[in-house]
Ligand binder design. Sequence first.
Ligand code: FES
Ligand SMILES: [Fe+2]
Length: 377
Amino acid sequence: VSELDIWGNLRDRVLAHRGTHTTDFGDPYRVPASDYTSADIHQLELAKVFFGGPVVVGLSGAADGPGGWFTVDVSGVSVIIVRGEDLHLRAFLNACPHRGMKLLSGFGTGMRRITCPFHAWSFDEAGANRGIPTREAFDDYSEAELSLQSVAVVESHGVIYLSLGEQPIDAVKELGGVQCELDLLGAADHVLIDRQERVLAMNWKLGVDSYMEAYHLHYLHKASLRPYFYNDSSPFDSFGKNGRIGGVRRTIDNANWDDPQALLQHITLEYQLFPNAVLIYQQDHFELSQVFPHPHKVGIATVVQSVYAPRENLTAERIERFRKSFMLLLDVTVAEDFSACEVIQRNLASGSPTVLHLGRNEPGVAHFHRSLHAALQ
Ligand code: FES
Ligand SMILES: [Fe+2]
């Protein structure tokens, strides 16, 4: 499928909605409040989804070039992802085989050895032990016992999937067709420039829900986003378990349509990559939000927000500009979206309401819940 077809079709759908003040409709969906408050459902989600199958942990550019690395906490299980000299990604549990120290945190480039801060054991890019002070004290142990434990990782079309489960990762199946658009947007050619993490008093799904409809843009974001966005005219498409909505900018009314790519200047594309990632394309860069459930508490989640900039022409000045717009967006999401999520969580935990009612105009949220429901069967 050509670029012209994909963005051209999307543009035509958006413009048709502009004319009629409509938006893409799906089916209504009732979400039981217990989905957000039940400890049993929480444990099932952890076992089946987060510890049992693939999870999106970042874009390829989070570990950029040989020695590029980053860490991620999958609901308490910390993992290191590192790109070797051969440019292949490998992942290891972020726990030293000696006495269990965390080896790394954050992200970076050019790493040749992973060295433990506790007793300075060191490991190579394949996880093999390459150095132990007072080596003879550990002669009784096998090389395997002294080396890092591998975790399954696959990158495909710019997306990195990691799995703590038994099954091999089938990235093509996980992507479900969304790779066409990710390729057009150059997902593989963006590098991680900043990442922020915060713990919030909400179930992880409320965080995902908040991204997947444009309906609230005119009300919850009255002062911040309403001046720039419409809250209708949103296209929705599903790609297997994943979904994508568009947030349409008011500038679309004065767009110059000689170039079908022009659409990308007037729409924010939000991809829900199952289970817990929302990848947002904002005109010329990506932002990634990942919401991880707490390993025990149903009403606590960690949100990791990252900004990725195109690798090409990445000057210090451009990095600064991307970082600034990222900070502005974080301010809005934290002050408006996530604080609403925390209020909602308290209501749900109190026992009212017992059911949430998704409208036909919220197909992105409904698709996420349907996909999750299917995955838990
Ligand atoms: S815990 Fe890592 S070297 Fe001792
Ligand atoms: Fe929002």
